[in-house]
Design a protein around this ligand. Structure first.
Ligand code: SF4
Length: 346
């Protein structure tokens, strides 16, 4: 940008940061997936967020399902649930802004309780997290005495507090097998439970929760993709029904899908998961053609640039967890992280 153009921008946009990165410098990252007309709308909020991050000493964590203008420009740390949980523990900044859903903000608070954790929209929930309560877990323990409880991270802190250990879709089999038990109660995703059961000799007792995004995929979607796009490689998330996973070329967490594309460079690929994931992996893999079967998560999409900006301006909405719940929930998350780091068997 010329000096005159920069001066003009400063004059008409007093919220421009006086130093540090500017939105205009970041467009090259996302131009494959964000058209210029949309970028013009995003730029003022991105500049304001970059400035506010410095003023508040804040970092932004963004899940793989966030839209590309958030994921690739204002976020400092990106990844799947497991990566965000691990990275949240190491944040030095005063403030963590979680661009994801509520249980992810709770997990960040559990992992780093001394920080102020903000979520840009308190209504960013999750159909899995809402499918089960702490009382449900206590009832399951009564019905299955002595059987350990493995809880997917897509749950409230209250449910985690009733659990022996947490897991993500990336480490679920390792976590189940780390317990050394013949049977485990696996909550709350019944599809993930079936996909885990297919990979282990441990008997899995499931719950009836489902992800409202992944449950919509059916095997016929994969057949149509293969017919219309010859040579396509199909990667499915294990929150999909077993019948979908069985006809995919690969099944794995969002991090494992991203790794598959980065390492194998398929000429044409479809990610059977939330829609924004394809945009974000496409940014990092310009030589790969993405066919997008588009199911959006309405909860993830509640996080927008204006709401992130508002969160940092007003320092709301803060996520806190009652101390007695937090201590027990943190134990379950930390046991999961220890398994990932080759920690002791439960
Ligand atoms: S994609 Fe599914 S599991 Fe993820 S937040 Fe949305 S509803 Fe929950």
């Amino acid at each position: 940008m010329s000096t005159e153009a920069a001066a003009m921008r400063q004059a008409i946009r007093p919220d421009m940061p006086p130093d540090g990165p500017r939105a205009a410098d970041l467009y090259a990252r996302v131009k494959r997936v964000v058209p210029p007309v949309e970028w013009a709308v995003f730029e003022p909020d991105i500049d304001a967020i970059l400035r506010l991050k410095r003023e508040r000493n804040a970092v932004i964590l963004a899940h793989n399902y966030q839209t590309p203008e958030i994921f690739n420009t204002v976020a400092d740390i990106v990844g799947d649930s497991l990566a965000l949980a691990r990275e949240a523990a190491d944040v030095d900044a005063d403030v963590i802004v979680m661009c994801g859903v509520h249980f992810m903000a709770e997990t960040a608070k559990l992992m780093n309780p001394g920080k102020t954790v903000l979520i840009p929209d308190l209504k960013a929930g999750c159909s899995l997290a809402e499918s089960i309560t702490g009382a449900d877990v206590r009832a399951l323990r009564v019905a299955h005495p002595g059987v350990p409880v493995v809880t997917y991270v897509n749950t409230s802190a209250e449910v985690k507090a009733e659990s022996d250990i947490c897991c993500t879709s990336g480490n679920a089999v390792a976590v189940v097998e780390s317990l050394g038990a013949d049977r485990v109660i696996f909550l709350p995703d019944e599809y993930l439970a079936r996909n885990v059961a297919a990979q282990t000799g441990v008997e899995i007792i499931p719950w009836q929760g489902r992800c409202e995004v992944h449950e919509r995929f059916v095997p016929a979607d994969i057949e149509t993709l293969r017919r219309d796009h010859p040579g396509i490689e199909v990667l499915a998330h294990p929150e999909c029904d077993r019948s979908v996973v069985e006809v995919a070329d690969f099944a794995g967490s969002t991090a494992e899908m991203a790794r598959y594309v980065a390492e194998r460079h398929p000429s044409r690929v479809a990610l059977i998961t939330e829609c924004s994931m394809s945009d974000n992996v496409a940014v990092a893999n310009p030589g790969v053609e993405f066919v997008r079967p588009c199911n959006l998560c309405p909860h993830m999409k509640r996080i927008t640039l204006p709401r992130i900006r508002h969160a940092l301006e007003t320092m709301t909405a803060e996520v806190n967890i009652p101390v007695e719940v937090a201590e027990r929930a943190r134990r379950a998350v930390e046991r999961m992280v220890a398994v990932g780091r080759g920690g002791p068997r439960a």
